[in-house]
Design a protein around this ligand. Structure first.
Ligand code: ADP
Ligand code: AMP
Length: 246
């Protein structure tokens, strides 16, 4: 995928405080794809709870052992495990100007936890530092159901650099091989039709209520995710910049 971020939105300095950004949307909406573009352009880290959990599963950590079967079924990992994991990640130095949460929060309890956690972090800082843990800007990527199915069944990713491809929409130059480092691409184990159905159900039941949660707090910005990556990116960047924290 070639995306000219600088010509589309202007070159960003790496000194700006961006603050917390939450990408909300069903599996396959393009959260990971957009998170990587935001991270690259604004110089803040992508925090993907799915990626952190998969890494724990691969390394067979205590958390990974607990999460493995739950993820394989397409259910959500318990809130306390995921919140603990995010708390550790937010302590790291690279979150000092802001961060992108991709796949978190996914339940109202997680969203409440995040608000409390950010409040605690703000209380421990003064002046400009507080902006980095301001209440989050929440960008909801809205994508039609059938499009989600096709995106998920066509998804491939590079186990080395994490770049995301799609056999229908964003194929690599050489079939099955990462353009960047030549690694054979892999299909996620939960991107099978059966598990996708369960994941989409979990989204409808447990995550969709967050639209109301953040909407009621005036933090929700909706972006039409049913467009080519570059168009979604342009709208997403506009939303981030209009919030006026930059
Ligand atoms: P999520 O993180 O929300 O599950 P991904 O970013 O992994 O979603 O995207 C899911 C699949 O859809 C990937 O194969 C990706 O290449 C593809 N994709 C992402 N955004 C778009 C888009 N705007 N148009 C078409 N395909 C897309
Ligand atoms: P994702 O990579 O975001 O599609 O997430 C893959 C899987 O990881 C999900 O189907 C869940 O089982 C688990 N997971 C990721 N993020 C969370 C979260 N915030 N809360 C609970 N489970 C999560």
């Amino acid at each position: 995928m070639e995306v000219q971020t600088s010509s589309a939105v202007g070159v960003k300095t790496n000194q700006q405080v961006v603050g917390p950004i939450v990408l909300l949307g069903p599996p396959g909406a393009g959260k990971g794809t957009q998170a990587k573009l935001i991270a690259e352009t604004y110089g803040i880290p992508q925090i993907s709870t799915g990626d952190i959990l998969r890494d724990n599963v691969a390394r067979k950590t205590e958390l990974g052992v607990k999460a493995k079967e739950i993820m394989a079924r397409g259910d959500l990992v318990p809130d306390e495990l995921v919140c603990g994991m995010v708390a550790d990640r937010l302590m790291q130095a690279d979150c000092v100007r802001g961060f992108i949460l991709d796949g978190f929060p996914r339940t109202v309890r997680q969203a409440e936890w995040l608000d409390t956690q950010l409040e605690k972090m703000r209380a421990g800082k003064d002046g400009k530092g507080q902006q980095a843990c301001a209440p989050p800007v929440v960008i909801r990527l809205v994508v039609e159901y059938n499009q989600l199915l096709q995106r998920l069944t066509g998804r491939r990713s590079c186990p080395t650099c994490g770049l995301i491809y799609n056999v229908y929409y964003q194929p690599p130059k050489i079939q099955g091989i990462c353009d960047v480092d030549g690694t054979p691409l892999v299909t996620r184990r939960d991107d099978t039709e059966e598990v996708i159905t369960e994941r989409l159900k979990a989204y409808e039941q447990l995550t969709l209520p967050l639209v109301e949660y953040y909407g009621a707090r005036g933090r929700l910005i909706e972006v039409n995710g049913d467009q080519p990556v570059e168009a979604v990116m342009a709208q997403t960047f506009k939303a981030i910049e209009n919030v006026n924290r930059l």
